[in-house]
Write a protein that binds this ligand. Sequence first.
Ligand code: ASP
Length: 581
Amino acid sequence: MRTAYCGQLSATDVGRNVKLAGWVNRRRDLGKLTFVDLRDHTGLVQLLFGDDRNDLLDAHTLNREDVLLVEGTIQRRSAGNLNLEMKTGEIEVRVERMSIANRSKTPPFLVEGDGADATEETRLRYRYVDLRRERLQNALRMRHRTFKATRDFFSNRGFVEIETPVLTKSTPEGARDFLVPSRMHRGTFYALPQSPQLFKQLLMVGGIDRYFQLVKCFRDEDLRADRQPEFTQLDVEVSFPSSPEEIYALIEAAVAHIYREVLGVELSLPFPRLTHAEAMRRFGIDKPDMRFGMEILDVSAIVRHSGFRVFAEAVASGGSVAGILAKGYASASRATLNQLQAVVVAAGAKGLSWVKVEDPIVSPIAKFLTAEEMAALVAAFGAERGDLLLLLAGQGIAKPLGELRLTVARQRSLAVSGWKFLWVTDFPLFELDEEGNLASAHHAFTSLRPEDIEKIETDPLNIPSYAYDLVLNGTELGSGSIRIHSRELQERIFRRLGITPEDADLRFGWFLQGLEYGAPPHGGFALGMDRLVMIMAGEASLRDVIAFPKTANGMCPLTDAPMAASPKQLAELGIRVEDAR
Ligand code: ASP
């Protein structure tokens, strides 16, 4: 039906006869002339329907999103008609033949522009119209190139892509499972995988050696803007890794390959590494944004005997005094300082002390500190006139300091463009969950150094593990670990997590048994592909890089999923629904 694409035409095509097919972006009537911008996935071109052709009168009736086939000749636009903002703005197609392949109802929103004329719900309900938008087209095509580059990279290095089951048994990754009732075995349920974790480990037991998969995973969580209940991850596992370094080097090379292929950007390798403890100490967060510095500095030693009781008591009671230097921010208003105070208090700090480095110093705490102490503080931060010091005191101030750092960076627009990748290594093996119970910080299959094994029972919260995260510009892109490959150690971890041997057997017996038949040392990684593409495409929401995403509350406005099952289906499954909502 066509011999050319709209957006690819240019002045070099003048005189050429072309057949085009696409959608009416918009129509303008100028006396007897009709202009139509025709759109396909490559862009727009202007069509001109002349006044000398009765057979083209239908052009007057064309509406947005009608589907049009035309044949015509490319001509240069008249001088007054040039549109330098449009890629094809030097030319137009003088139409000689047209046929309307299909009519469209008035679309619910404009395809041109940024979609701001419709709610997100409407855009998702009519996603097929929304998908015609240039930005979504670009994002989905970039997604495809990213997936292709990923597959090429791993295939070329001896990795095998293997599918793992979707109807399966629970794989704990810290979320709730989506359950699927079994009809043939009434009263039993499959779980959708939160990740292929246990299967990829068994693939290593099965001698596959190097596995990868671009795989859908499912996690039933309360959604936030940056989550989807189903998402795609790059899942990787290798046997006999010499150390976590081998995994870092592999994943870095994959990411560098993707950036080169998809964006033409050369990343510098290796990515920096920071232990979890160091990340918390220097940045107050386990996924530091490295696009700016503003590192946390502990100044306890300077103020431990200070006349400012808040500082002295914080240090005396085992806490600390630490802060950040906000360059050139002595201009911060009282309202801004109050805002920063609110941020740290919400994050668990008692309060915020500030020092404006001016001549003389402006600070509510100046009168409590000696001139020497104040000078030592200013010197420790390397502060100069016009800078602002922000200080917290007490226990557990790392996290509030981390929030403070991010807030100031936002206010000061410090996070400028760039790709700052970072490995955060040696995550703790255990942490306390919201109820104060011991939980795995990564997942229960993560290994630890032999010398720390005895601490599992005696000092569980002080065990660094072989778990690591890849961080990009302050966002966690993925996680992985070296795994436990001995049944005995795995059971010991389960026990510590409060999983009884009977329960472990019921839930994971199938997997534990695999560890007894020659499980090799192994380790791996998983990387969130939706998130990677989102960041590469410069989008703010995962929904912008997924063709048919769910809303923030897990609904699909296009299909109206999830929906009630019919009484017949429920009867077959032996399920009765109470409290339907
Ligand atoms: N299964 C983990 C996850 O999905 C990743 C890994 O440890 O390889 O987060």
